[in-house]
Write a protein that binds this ligand. Sequence first.
Ligand code: P6P
Length: 350
Amino acid sequence: MSTAIDQSAQPGNAHAGKIVTIERFILDEQQSYPDATGTLTSILYDIALAAKIIASKTTRAGLSDILGSAGKENVQGEVVQKLDEYADRTIFRLNDHTGRLAVMASEEHEDILPIPDHFSVGPYVLLYDPLDGSSNIDVNVSIGTIFAIYRRKTADGRGTLQDCLQRGRDLVAAGYVIYGSSTMLVYSTGHGVHGFTLDPIIGEFLLSHPDIRIPEKPKFYSVNQGYEQFWSAGVQRYTEWLQGKDKTAKPLSLRYIGSLVADFHRNLLMGGIYYYPSDTKDPEQTTGKLRLVYECAPLAFLAEQAGGMAITGTERILDLQPTTLHQRVPFFIGNAELVTKAQEMIQSFD
Ligand code: P6P
């Protein structure tokens, strides 16, 4: 199997033959913006550092007392795993004192996370899901961190909720870290999607997947088919189409890990669609499970940058104006052809 260094040596790769660290790549990218102050670059550095620190724990989770639940629930009513808390605290503490952010918000907390009064504020906003899919920690399934960076909207002072409730189309940068067989950081600042693999020996993220594009020919569909009875008619018919039941297309393989970042990452690299539709399994929560601000908008930004699409079933995710921090939306993301077909069948049969 080729390593990150071998891959960058592939002919046709703009970075062929070079060993490019994420720091160097981000700095090179910044050179393209004469008026850049370096603040966004520094935030991305800090996220890469947080990823290394969290990765050092996830790879040893089974060996330290950090494994297992912290015995309390988060705002989502989910049992908080200790690794969740560690990841959440690590990202906050790496960013609260830098003077680069006006405010933060984390999927693990009900409200916004103000910058402490004794630290100065800055022009950006950081929203993050510290460890998505954390219920998989104890069974050694890949999990991930998702982050979104906006410019603040309020003029000055401490950032507010308004700074955190922005449309995804106004994202300045977004990305994720996947803690799997290797640790990868994948991000975009609106100029393509780029993947970096952590070399744990030297502690560096090295460019391994420049300019990621979702393959035209999809391979997989990812959905929890255990809830099929609770879906709308359009989603049920769409799923049958994906399975080739109407004989107009070859069946796709079902791959569903139950960890959004892992499912999204596989489909980004190999082609496919992930969806978590609205369903009626919980009368209290029929708009689907995934959070617009912390999960859907940042991943939608990446998907579109990689030539894909992301919708609620009827609307473009990046056009949605969030009304609350923990707002959930139905979510279809991946290969443009498959997402478009979902929209058509939902509109025809719902
Ligand atoms: P279900 C994990 O809790 C998560 O938010 C996503 O990472 C994952 O895709 C989804 O929920 C799994 O949900 O209902 O299929 O178990």
